[in-house]
Design a protein around this ligand. Structure first.
Ligand code: AMP
Ligand code: MG
Length: 405
């Protein structure tokens, strides 16, 4: 039975999970179907952005030299020849000593090299009184100053969010080749669990981990294809795992030293690794490949805070590996503690944290892995490393933002 007795580190457990996973196949999808997915191709722009020199303001296109002397006391008056709206185009050169009305986004006509905004003029129709000089290039968005032909606008491994999709659309693409969306089966275990809303007998509780996990999966850009709950019997668990059509299974509960720890009891004989990880909360963990399809399975302990921390540390990197998204581990940020904390020796502690207006972070929750109220209020996790047992106010700590999670 692969039940480990020696403790491994958080990084080691994450590595053993990631080592067993590789990115899912790629497919080419319309842009809005790519939201949250990992790009499987580099996209280089075939066009420049802006496409052409265009006006940044509603105003008058001029030759800067013609308005150089303009000021409130000595305005420059120019005849107005025509108007150019967005979507229109004028090939003819702006005659020297004239202005043309121009709207935001409209192409600046040949010869013009500055735009005087309405606010600096009398907004005249046949002739315009200009009270302020516009220097060369003023209020003109230059062709190619944003994106040049051949620029990399999307690199493989980037997660496609609204901004990336907007840029790709802006350079004219309709589709992107992405890694297939990761399908996840969520399975909560526990004889005490009843669905939210169901009446409770003494000793029973409302089941919440499957909701927490499925929502985390959704937020990560993956799809919870099945969400189920079983009791503490091996048979029920094995049956639930039998025909799971998913790329990853996440179970909660039943992995520690108790008499009814079903996940460990049923799956350790089937080759799934279980062992202690040097962390708090979330010490008992499991990972392996199950069933005839050898679907990867991450087993996390049942306390809801442990579930969230384990999701963040192991499941999210696994989803990113499968989805071809880099980096796989969250960016490290730093903050100074607002008040002291204590932490067990030799374990990486994940406290819940709230950022203060002065940039410090208040850590709370301690080893209370059942404290779901605090988890919901937190906006970050505060990491106290394996070597630290006490940190004073002002100490610099690693912080993991969780707003998006
Ligand atoms: P376990 O890891 O199965 O020993 O569970 C640890 C603690 O988490 C126990 O207090 C359980 O009642 C609780 N728990 C386990 N699974 C869930 C769940 N799906 N929803 C809410 N609480 C749970
Ligand atoms: Mg249990």
């Amino acid at each position: 039975m692969p039940i480990a007795t020696s403790t491994i580190t958080v990084a080691q457990h994450r590595e053993q999970v990631l080592a067993a996973l590789s990115p899912l196949p790629a497919e080419t999808l319309p842009l809005l179907s790519c939201l949250g997915l990992g790009a499987a191709e580099d996209v280089r722009s075939e066009v420049q952005l802006p496409r052409f020199d265009n006006s940044a303001m509603d105003g008058y296109a001029v030759r800067a030299a013609d308005v150089a002397g303009a000021g409130p006391a000595h305005p420059v008056v120019l005849p107005v020849v025509g108007a150019i709206g967005a979507g229109q185009f004028r090939a003819s050169e702006l005659p020297p000593g004239t202005a043309t009305k121009i709207m935001t986004g409209a192409p600046v006509p040949p010869g013009a090299d500055a735009v005087v905004p309405y606010e600096w003029t009398d907004q005249g129709v046949d002739r315009v009184v200009i009270q302020q000089a516009a220097t060369t290039g003023r209020n003109v968005r230059r062709a190619g100053e944003d994106v040049a032909v051949g620029d990399l606008v999307l690199s493989a491994g980037t997660r496609l969010g609204p901004r990336q999709l907007g840029l790709v659309a802006g350079v004219g693409r309709t589709h992107v080749t992405v890694h297939r969306r990761v399908r996840v089966a969520v399975l909560a275990t526990g004889a005490e669990l009843r669905p939210p809303g169901a009446p409770l007998e003494p000793g029973q509780i409302h089941e919440s981990n499957s909701t927490l996990l499925a929502a985390c999966v959704d937020r990560a850009g993956a799809v919870p294809v099945s969400v189920s709950v079983v009791g503490d019997e091996d048979d029920a668990l094995l049956r639930a795992l039998e025909d799971v059509a998913a790329d990853l299974i996440v179970t909660s509960g039943g992995v520690s030293m108790g008499d009814h720890d079903v996940v460990k009891h049923a799956l350790a004989p089937r080759g799934v690794w279980f062992g202690p990880v040097a962390m708090q909360p979330g010490k008992p963990q499991g990972f392996g490949l199950v069933g005839s399809r050898q679907v990867p399975l991450i087993a996390v302990p049942g306390n809801p805070v442990s579930v969230f921390v384990s999701f963040q540390q192991f499941v999210l990197p696994a989803l990113r590996r499968l989805g071809g998204i880099r980096p796989e581990t969250p960016a490290i940020e730093w903050a100074h503690l607002a008040s002291p904390v204590r932490s067990p020796a030799g374990r990486r502690q994940f406290l819940r944290g709230a950022r203060n207006d002065d940039g410090t972070v208040t850590a709370f929750g301690g080893h209370g892995s059942h404290l779901t109220g605090g988890l919901a209020q937190a906006d970050c996790l505060v990491v106290v490393t394996e070597d630290d047992t006490a940190l004073e106010a002002g100490a610099r700590v690693e912080v993991i933002r969780i707003e998006e999670l």
